[in-house]
Design a protein around this ligand. Sequence first.
Ligand SMILES: [Fe+2]
Length: 455
Amino acid sequence: MVSTTREFSKETGSIVDLYKSVRARTMRIVSPLEIEDYVIQTADFMSPPRWHIGHTSWFFETLLQAHQPGYKVYSKDYLFYFNSYYEGFGARIERPKRGTKSRPTVRATVAYRNHVDEQMLRFLESLHNLPNAETVLALVRLGLEHEMQHQELLVYDIKHLLCDQFDAAIQPAPSSIVKVEGMAEIEGGLMWLGFGSSGGNPTAGGSSSNYDFAFDNEKPAHQVFLQDFAIDKALVSNGEFLEFMHDGGYQNFRWWFSEGWETVNREQWRAPLYWELHDGQWMIRDFSGLHKAETQADYPVSHVSFYEASAFAKWVGKRLPTEAEWERAACYDSRRSTVNAFPWGDHSPDIGEANLFENGLWSVAPIGAFPKGANADGCQQMIGDVWEWTTSDYVPYPGFKSEFDEYNDKWFVNQKVLRGGSFATPQLHIRSTYRNFFHAHERWMVSGFRCASDA
Ligand SMILES: [Fe+2]
């Protein structure tokens, strides 16, 4: 809520700073790319880097079109090429064809981006004159959260495009500090799920600035009932996943959902994405090179689909958690009977608590590398490292109201919820209430899991 002019200018001041830093980070991510890298599309599901830097600018241009009096569209062609999936904003190029065009060139796209930045910064300076300034401010913040989502997608897409040929400035990997074993037993009962406070009962948030914003799909907070349950303290590791593979996990129908088994056979899956078999030895390729899977046995497994995560869980005699169970484990402090913003408490993540984009690892960290980020029951790495598959369908919460057409609301079918963020998620962008979503077969994103079981 903005109540006075002074508070409002404080808010616009911080949004200008945030605008500049978020926009600059996108360009830092792509800066090691060569010009040829920007326009190649290596699969239907990925987008060329040139498209991301234009599309995130297109998002702000639609805002200028709607709210900056007299704003002139930069180029009709760009509106067509850089729209993603928004029917309401007119015709657009089909997603699999984003890599079939060499125009607009990278240079022209960067010029477009600079133009939008100039216009946006001027617009933000005069924002307080607008009668609907608060609404517009919320849209600017949405645009910046949208851009942070694309920063993460850029990491996935650059990995698919170049992997270890990309010259990322990778920080040294931390080592495992503690051994993490077993399951945490969590008491069930009525709990508040989602963002915000409701009925006078505050849910996660606290003083963390990560909770100054939330997507509409995280709202409203509502009560759900949970049975007692247990949840793994650690993410499932490459070593454990190798055991599943060596036990013939990919060859045995009994662990798989029918759709998963069809996918395994159709796609000839024998391992997670980015695993390669060299002379009978499984190797994992990441941004830093090719590694023997055995030397990364204590790292969380990543780039697995919902099907693979579910098959492993069944093989090991467990199941995946629901999103409510995951959020309960992430936020509830059983020692103090309080609900926290994050597993470690109410403050925003820093590099000592979670492996997020700012850590600069460009990779998962070993299990046990972030004991400071554990919850009260000893669950580790719930935030960062890998997005965790849950068994929950991505559907609206009861009482859901769309806050922006076609952003989240049109995807409420046939997708699964993932929680917790990954090493490619910017620190400010993550919340314990954040609901990411992908199709069950997808695995080019940084996805992993931990298992749960009934108490
Ligand atoms: Fe987008």
